[in-house]
Design a binder for this molecule. Structure first.
Ligand SMILES: O=C(O)CCC(=O)C(=O)O
Ligand SMILES: [Fe+2]
Length: 219
């Protein structure tokens, strides 16, 4: 149950919940997001990012916009380069219109057989994180999260390439839920069992501004 000031709670899918805050300003929205996040887990040093559509040229280094610009962002986990990716991602719409790009969400479908799971788990990747890079996999028996982000995962050998292809193929063609934003909406994503992305920015003057707060995980 979320704190009282929120207007509605909608289960977008079994891995995402949308709440409508009554926030009318960006600072009200940040406060509302922090309130939601605190209901999920204790926050150590919360950082709120401001996501605005950016072309490749104007993007920050290492951001998804640096690779995909105004195009669609593929399904990924956030902070996949952390030893434990963020537990939840909280997004909030500070500015949006009905034609703004949508956020896409897909609960990772269970791999169909144990053999398929094992093939994916057998792929070892270099998880790039500067001087703290390490080896990891998309999934592992007994591990509660999936890690999937091509931007920071480099295949180590043919088994890793195979694992990536199996997993990518497994996701392909699955209908992701698309979230259309209204100002003040807050979306809570389970970043361990779901992947998310974004549709392309269709309008060059899309005034979409999302705030983002990541909760939990271990750098
Ligand atoms: O803009 C969105 O809807 C999602 C953006 C995102 O997933 C990211 O920047 O990591
Ligand atoms: Fe993301």
């Amino acid at each position: 149950m979320l704190p009282g000031r929120f207007a509605a709670e909608t289960i977008v899918s079994d891995v995402a919940v949308r709440v409508q805050s009554n926030a009318e300003s960006e600072s009200d929205l940040s406060d509302a997001m922090l309130q939601v996040a605190r209901a999920l887990a204790p926050l150590k040093s919360p950082r709120i990012d401001r996501l605005v559509p950016r072309s490749q040229d104007a993007a920050r280094r290492n951001s998804l916009s640096a690779t995909f610009g105004l195009g669609a962002f593929p399904l990924h986990s956030d902070l996949a380069h952390w030893t434990t990716p963020a537990r939840f991602v909280v997004l909030g719409a500070a500015s949006a219109s009905p034609s703004s790009a949508r956020t896409t969400v897909l609960a990772v479908p269970p791999l169909s057989t144990e053999a398929e799971f094992n093939s994916v788990a057998a792929g070892i990747f270099v998880i790039s994180n500067g001087s703290k890079s390490f080896l990891g996999s998309i999934c592992r028996k007994g591990c509660p999260f999936f890690r999937f982000d091509a931007a920071c995962m480099k295949a180590l050998n043919p088994a890793s390439t195979n694992a990536y292809q199996i997993f990518d193929h497994h996701l392909r063609g699955r209908p992701a839920t698309t979230v259309q934003w209204c100002v003040g909406d807050i979306l809570i994503l389970d970043n361990w069992t779901a992947l998310h992305g974004r549709t392309a920015i269709a309008k060059s003057n899309d005034d979409r501004v999302l705030l983002r707060l990541r909760v939990g995980g271990q750098p």
